[in-house]
Structures are given as C-alpha cells and as structure tokens.
Design a protein around this ligand. Structure first.
Ligand SMILES: C[S@@+](CC[C@H](N)C(=O)[O-])C[C@H]1O[C@@H](n2cnc3c(N)ncnc32)[C@H](O)[C@@H]1O
Length: 318
C-alpha cells in the first residue's frame, strides 16, 4: 500500500488544482491513452492528476514484485538501484521500504512535468535526473535496474537495443513491469527472450529459461488489490473503495540465485468441493495439479496458496 507520507504529499499538490478541473484533466489524459495518442503529460497539473490516479496501483504492483525478489534473491549485496522512466519517483519510497540495503538510487525521467512534480515530493533518498534513458551516456553500473510501466512506451523496434543497454548497465538484477494485458505481456515475453539470449536467468515469475509455455490466446499476468482514497475515487469516477490492478512482470538476474524457484501459480486457484486445483508454470510447461483432501497429504499445506505465489516443494502429478 502506498505510504502515507507519499500519499499526503501527492494530495497536497492536488489541492492546488480546482476541484472541478481535476476530473476534466483526468478524462483528457485517459482519452489520449485510450486512443493511442501521444501519452506525454503536457503540464504540471496533468502530472499531478496522473500520479494521484495511477500511483496507488503502480506502487502496490512494485511492492508485490519486489516481494517476489525478496523471497528469492539474497538482498544484502544490492547497494545501487537505477529507476528508468521514474515518473514522479515513487521508487524512492518503495526502495526505502522493500530494499533497505540500497544506498544509492538514481532516477531518470524524460518528461519535464513528471520530473517537476517528482521534485516537489520530498524524500531523502535518490538523485533525480531529467534525461532520456534511451539516449543518455551518463549512466554507470547499478546492482538493480527497474523499469516500471515504461518499456512499452519505447517503439517496439527499439526495445531490444534499450534492453541491451540495460543489460550492460546492470550488475545483478533487471526488473520489468507492464500492464497485465495481452499487449503488456507481449512486451514482457519478448524482453524475456532477449535477456535469456544475453545470458540472463529468470527469477520470476517463471523459475526457468525454457520457452514461455503460455499459449498465444492467453497471457501471463497477476493481480493485486489496493485501497482507493476519496480523491482517487473522485478523479476516476469510482464507487468502490478498492481497485484490482492487473500486471505482468519479469525479474532477470545475471547470476543464478541459490533460492531459485521451480513452479509458480499462474491463474486463480479453483476450489471445487474438497479439492484445490492449481495451474503451475514449470520448466516442462503449464501443468494442472489437483490436490484432493482425502487422498493428498499436500492439500492441507497448499490449499490456501493464491494466484502468483510460488509453489516449491510438492511433486507434480503425473
Ligand atoms: C507510465 S509512466 C510510469 C512511471 C513510473 N515508472 C511508475 O511506475 O509509476 C512511464 C514514464 O516513463 C517515462 N519514459 C518513457 N520513456 C522514457 C525514456 N526513454 N527516458 C526517460 N523516461 C521515459 C515517461 O515520461 C513516463 O513518465
């Protein structure tokens, strides 16, 4: 969940925009997104409204993904973190909370208005740079490189070049996050192939480097639930006090982690009477595992597992 200090600072920026205008600005931005027009935010007000509307979701997803990293990778050696396409720099809070070993955080953002609002938000960590990560030459090696909802903003035919650059800028871990849509997953899937070809190990969501087994009709994605503030509900015309954000992601490491995982639950588990049915991504493809209370001692242990969780220690059904 987004930290109170960040939410309060965002909402105090929002107070300077007349109430009625807030919704109009949000509608204008989302129309540009929906109709495939230029997504670049065009004013400070747009950057504030965009962030109030989207940050709670992108933050919750970031927490979820860093949680997967924490479970599977030794964190103590991670000292430097590079956030490319940083938006207003919410990763400053994310890193402080999730990766306390990080001492140096560098954030790059090319949109002046995002950068401007990012500088209004006060946090002790991080050096914020107004620069394009595709063209910059000023970056040094970092332990972790993080791209949250930004790789899809790069034209498709330029993404592999960007990924090669990221590969050479990264010492240990590359993290990519995209919307949990067929298009978002396609960006992740292509990046996965490219980074494996460069020698990367996939830490999550899949714990293997075999060809992605997801069929072309389906897409690998996960979901997280977040609370919505009153301001958030007002801007987005929402009636519910929560939102479910779907996301696709990839964590690639340069060295194989000792805690490598074998299987992940890739769809919401089914619970027909007395059973739990799990769809697992495994190095041998997608397997359906049925745990039956009467016959299976693993049922008790695993029946509460949920979509997105690792499934490590049970033999697969034949
Ligand atoms: C959808 S926003 C996501 C912001 C933030 N990463 C988050 O998850 O909340 C994508 C951001 O990436 C930035 N961006 C896209 N391409 C970029 C590039 N080549 N260099 C720097 N920033 C870029 C955009 O300006 C935008 O602020």
């Amino acid at each position: 969940m987004i930290p109170k200090s960040l939410l309060d600072q965002m909402e105090s920026c929002l107070e300077k925009i007349p109430f009625k205008t807030q919704k109009t600005i949000y509608d204008r931005i989302s129309k540009r997104y929906r109709t495939g027009q230029d997504r670049a935010l065009q004013s400070k007000e747009e950057a504030i409204i965009y962030s109030v509307a989207r940050l709670p979701a992108t933050y919750a997803v970031g927490q979820n993904v860093l949680d997967s990293l924490k479970r599977l990778y030794p964190l103590e050696n991670l000292k430097t973190f590079l956030d490319l396409g940083a938006g207003v720099g919410a990763s400053r809070w994310l890193v402080e909370e999730a990766l306390p070993s990080i001492k140096t955080l560098t954030l790059l953002e090319r949109n002046f208005h995002m950068y401007e609002v990012g500088n209004l938000l006060k946090h002790a960590l991080g050096s914020f740079i107004l620069e394009d990560y595709q063209t910059t030459k000023a970056l040094s090696l970092h332990d972790v490189t993080f791209l949250s909802y930004t790789l899809s903003e790069i034209p498709k035919n330029e993404r592999n070049l960007v990924l090669s650059k990221i590969w050479s800028l990264t010492n240990q871990v590359i993290i990519l996050i995209e919307p949990g849509t067929p298009e978002g997953f396609q960006v992740i899937k292509e990046a996965r192939t490219h980074l494996i070809e460069r020698g990367g190990f996939v830490l999550a969501p899949c714990g293997h480097e075999a060809t992605c087994p997801m069929s072309s009709q389906d897409w690998c994605h996960f979901s997280c639930r977040l609370d919505r503030s009153k301001a958030h509900q007002y801007i987005k015309n929402g009636t519910r006090s929560f939102e479910d954000e779907k996301f696709s992601y990839l964590i690639v490491t340069k060295q194989k982690s000792p805690k490598h995982l074998a299987q992940r639950i890739i769809r919401p588990p089914l619970h027909p009477k007395g059973q739990t049915v799990l769809d697992l991504c495994t190095p041998q493809g997608i397997k359906r595992l049925t745990l039956t209370s009467a016959k299976d001692p693993l049922y008790k242990q695993h029946r509460h597992l949920s979509w997105g969780e690792a499934f490590n220690d049970a033999p697969l059904e034949k």
